[in-house]
Design a binder for this molecule. Sequence first.
Ligand SMILES: NC(=O)c1ccc[n+]([C@@H]2O[C@H](COP(=O)([O-])OP(=O)(O)OC[C@H]3O[C@@H](n4cnc5c(N)ncnc54)[C@H](OP(=O)(O)O)[C@@H]3O)[C@@H](O)[C@H]2O)c1
Length: 279
Amino acid sequence: MKKTWFITGTSTGLGRLLTEKLLARGDTVAATLRKHGSLDDLKAQYGDRLWIGLLDVTDTKQVHEVVNAAFADLGRIDVLVNNAGYGLFGAAEELSDTQIERQIATNLTGSIQLVRAALPYFRAQQGGRIVQISSEGGQTAYPGFSLYHATKWSIEGFIESIAQEVAAFGIDCLIMEPGPTETNFAVGLDLAQPLACYEDTSVGEVRRVFTSGDFSSGTFTIKSDLARTVDAMIAAADAEQPPLRLALGSSAYTSISQVLTERLRVLEQQKSLTLSADR
Ligand SMILES: NC(=O)c1ccc[n+]([C@@H]2O[C@H](COP(=O)([O-])OP(=O)(O)OC[C@H]3O[C@@H](n4cnc5c(N)ncnc54)[C@H](OP(=O)(O)O)[C@@H]3O)[C@@H](O)[C@H]2O)c1
């Protein structure tokens, strides 16, 4: 059955390829982006099946206007994909207040407000699916990415909570957790002004990887194939009963598996002290 999708951040990377693949298979896409022109080639090819809206997800008023306009023009939207996002790198004390506010406004508040804008329509049409692009960094944490992790862990908590709130209305949620994948992510990384004292720490080590642009070895090795990642995302989003979370790629699988195993081990190890707090 043909579906209609609403996707944020479609100028490049995962959002752009997802839009391309859905249009190619015959679906309709409301693609939103910040810059005019990035989807002109697809518009010329697919005409009315591609609805384009200009949207900076940090602008809550615009979020509501664009969501309202998309539902008004397209009638029903089956799937909302919260994809827009970027990485912020730097030790917590290296980051500026503005960098922190922009990271939270984009990766966290933007997704929350999109969900809030879409929910009344999903309830009225008695169904809908929310696909949240998180990251393997939504369950793991690396030095230098504290604010990125803060947004991805937070949005996973938000989605896990609202999934329970809206299930009664036929609305479900799916959190996607890609590992390192070749998109514009590394190019678009917002870098803090370094403090010399961090150069010989784990932050300095990770900084050197990201400033060198060499992801051929180590923790941030790019193992995922972009097209296969998007195919897996579509397969999961098409499933009748999707999982709440889907890790994408062997890097995501391995790192999430390791941290969950360790978290459970520590929980069990502390069990008697934990239970001693009961009244
Ligand atoms: N690539 C990876 O390794 C990886 C791994 C895990 C998770 N992810 C997640 O995947 C999602 C997509 O990223 P990507 O890897 O495809 O990177 P990308 O190629 O840089 O794409 C990011 C998209 O988000 C858009 N965007 C950024 N800030 C925005 C804002 N304020 N309002 C609207 N759009 C905004 C960008 O638009 P502009 O062109 O206007 O900047 C771009 O379209 C992100 O949520 C990211 O955290 C990526």
